[in-house]
Design a protein around this ligand. Structure first.
Ligand code: GLU
Length: 329
């Protein structure tokens, strides 16, 4: 499979030189809610305003969280909103497959590169072990890994009946990356996050590794996603650098909140696009409502995705998102 990885990377590197590419990468763990729909709309708008190719990728790595039929419904909802894509699970394309659950070979190839570079180590700590480690403070993403297994060698990945997770050994120093919308993201991985998991003990590849490999192999130049993933970015940069992959531009956009000011989530049954449709809502109403929430059109405007596209250019779009972000504080 090593050959495939190289060939796909080669193709993606050439593709990046020819044209920009954006993507939307939903996890099919529940119905598409309005917050997801807004992120998808903005990712699509950014790509199309930049004259970019747009890729749809289903992030279904964690099989236990996948809800049957959900991916199909999400794609249907996105199409109903007037979005379209050049490559994706339902339309095919040259950089597929477009479901992470069938891309393990690529992650295995990337992992073997990290292994060769001695960048990963086996770790037997449970979540509880890490939480209980005397000096483990909390970072923005849970407890900071205290380095318990850091000195372990690869090759000792089984202990009795327990399998190890694989962690990336972070380097000292600060990682800084300029986000198009929110400005600089600065993080010291050793201090703020610690060595992080790239493959879980149950064999499932971690989001951090999969996203980096997929974006690179799909030739993605612009990553537009929710600001909840902003703090993950330095981990992704570390992996990109270790794997010698090109870095995309990052656009972290605000998360949509519900009427009570709470973040929308698939689990708590936040308003689903499906529900909006079932009540007889029109795509133009939904697109208008989502666009108005980031000041891309006035309140109470019905507008199609295509009309929204025609009404903007990339610099106004970028400026509006930046102001919006500053306004949101
Ligand atoms: N799959 C993630 C989500 O649905 C998005 C990951 C990304 O855009 O990097 O929240």
């Amino acid at each position: 499979m090593t050959v495939d990885y190289e060939r796909m990377l080669d193709r993606a590197l050439r593709l990046r030189k020819q044209l920009p590419s954006g993507r939307y990468a939903p996890s099919p763990s529940g119905p598409l809610h309005l917050g997801n729909a807004r992120t998808a709309l903005l990712a699509w708008l950014q790509a199309r305003l930049a004259g970019a190719r747009f890729v749809m990728r289903i992030e279904d790595l964690d099989r236990s969280r996948v809800r049957p039929g959900c991916a199909k419904q999400m794609l249907d909802d996105l199409r109903w909103m007037g979005l379209e894509w050049d490559e994706g699970p339902d339309v095919g394309g040259k950089t597929g497959p477009y479901e992470q659950s069938v891309r393990d070979d690529f992650y295995v190839a990337a992992l073997s590169r990290l292994r060769d570079a001695r960048k990963i180590f086996p770790c037997f700590c449970s979540r509880k072990d890490i939480q209980q480690a005397a000096s483990a403070p909390h970072g923005s993403d849970g407890p900071i890994y205290p380095g318990t297994c850091r000195k372990r060698d690869l090759g000792s990945e089984e202990k009795g009946r327990r399998s190890a997770a694989l962690r990336y050994r972070v380097s000292a120093g600060t990682i800084e990356v300029e986000d198009v919308v929110t400005g600089p993201i600065v993080q010291n991985l050793g201090r703020d996050v610690g060595d992080f998991v790239v493959r879980r003990s149950d064999g499932i590849f971690a989001y951090q590794l999969a996203v980096v490999v997929d974006d690179a192999l799909m030739g993605i130049t612009d990553v537009v996603r929710g600001v909840d993933l902003r703090e993950s970015t330095p981990r992704q940069i570390a992996l990109l650098n270790a794997l010698d992959l090109p870095m995309p531009r990052y656009w972290h956009i605000p998360l949509m909140v519900d009427g009570d000011g709470n973040r929308m989530s698939k689990r708590d049954g936040s308003e689903a696009v499906m529900t909006f449709r079932a009540r007889g809502g029109k795509p133009e109403e939904l697109v208008g409502q989502l666009a108005a929430s980031v000041a891309l059109c006035p309140q109470d405007t019905a507008v199609s995705a295509q009309e929204l596209l025609s009404a903007h250019d990339l610099s106004v779009f970028t400026r509006t998102l930046r102001n919006r972000d500053a306004g949101a504080g």
